[in-house]
Ligand binder design. Structure first.
Ligand SMILES: [Zn+2]
Ligand SMILES: [Zn+2]
Length: 346
């Protein structure tokens, strides 16, 4: 065991504060990572405030981790001391079920082990990246390409893969039209990916406030959803509508934007159940779908894609003592587009 510094929420709804936690000894197949940067995901706030059911406290959030390998176990073959690496939303899975065998560890039938607010194989709670070090099985460690800066790479581990995976699954590319709903942490990555994959990209945002940003990030069109003309003019237009917002959407209105066989995929989830008119699915054989992060192999593919195309997140670097303030700003949609903690300040 080693004692390391961390920021933790001591109880549901309490602000995070500096503390220390214990990390397990480096096992035969483990990698000890010196964390350099950790992105702040909206779900950190939900979980630390107990919005998604009972959390494990104290809670050390953070599942957008970028750092450098500090030590490896004797049986580690993929990584060496000094390698630039990342850790996303999972640190283990059962490795035995059909989904794990298919490289879909995020859908592990026995539940992937979440990077924080989870229970590790040894029965201990997992603690995330608001911390100086983490010990992770090498199979759940990702390699960060040299072309990417570590702070801009950190948010790729959740916001990046969460949007890359559905764009790939539903085949965004040349000749397809993709709408991205919401231009926040997830949405801005979705725009970059869909554009780089070759799709025609439209941002659908409440207002035109971030229009200049959206176009710079790669969108071809930018429309306000507060304007009813948007829904009239764009009816039947898209192959894929990717919703990144957690506010409840008018499903019928967004499904009407799909062409025949189009898909409305959700990666942001409202807390309340949604309702829809099933005729909207039947007419035009449309699909309503969801997607959660991505598997380990696909996450590495996404990082390599980012390295090749020079794609990183748009970030605002903060000190550890600004985390609580950053959470408030995220809740007020006041971030362009991801806060990243400089762990050296922790
Ligand atoms: Zn996340
Ligand atoms: Zn499994």
């Amino acid at each position: 065991m080693s004692t390391v510094a961390a920021y933790a929420a001591p109880a549901a709804g309490a602000p995070v504060e500096r503390t220390t936690i214990e990390r397990r000894p480096v096992g035969a197949r483990d990698v000890l990572i010196e964390i350099k940067y950790t992105g702040i995901c909206h779900s950190d706030i939900h979980q630390a405030r107990g919005h998604w059911g009972k959390g494990i406290f104290p809670m050390v959030p953070g599942h957008e981790i970028a750092g450098v390998v500090a030590e490896v176990g004797p049986e580690v073959t993929t990584f060496a001391v000094g390698d630039r690496v990342g850790v996303g939303c999972m640190v283990d899975s059962c490795r035995a079920c059909a989904d794990c065998a298919a490289g879909l560890e995020q859908y592990c039938q026995n539940g992937p082990v979440e990077t924080y607010n989870g229970v590790d194989r040894d029965g201990n709670p997992t603690y995330g990246g608001y911390s100086t070090h983490i010990v992770v099985d090498e199979d759940f460690v990702l390699r960060i390409p040299d072309a990417l800066s570590l702070p801009e790479a950190a948010p790729l581990l959740c916001a990046g893969i969460t949007t890359y995976s559905p764009l790939r699954h539903w085949k965004a590319g040349p000749g397809t039209r993709v709408a991205v709903v919401g231009l926040g942490g997830l949405g801005h990555m979705a725009v970059k990916f869909a554009h780089t994959l070759g799709a025609e990209v439209t941002v659908l945002s409440q207002t035109l406030r971030k229009k200049d940003d959206g176009l710079k990030l790669g969108a071809d069109h930018y429309r306000a959803t507060s304007d009813p003309a948007t829904f009239e003019e764009l009816a039947g237009r898209f192959d894929l509508v990717l919703s990144t917002v957690s506010a409840p959407l008018d499903m019928d209105a967004y499904l009407a934007l799909l062409k025949t066989d189009g898909v409305l995929a959700n990666v942001g989830a409202p807390e309340e159940p949604v309702s829809l008119n099933l005729f909207r699915l039947m007419l035009g054989r449309r699909s309503l779908a969801g997607s959660a992060i991505g598997g380990i192999a696909e996450t590495q593919e996404m990082l390599d894609f980012c390295g090749e195309h020079g794609i990183g997140a748009e970030i605002e670097l903060i000190r550890a003592d600004q985390i609580n303030e950053a959470w408030e700003r995220i809740l007020n949609s006041d971030v362009r587009y991801r806060f990243v903690i400089d762990v050296a300040t922790l």
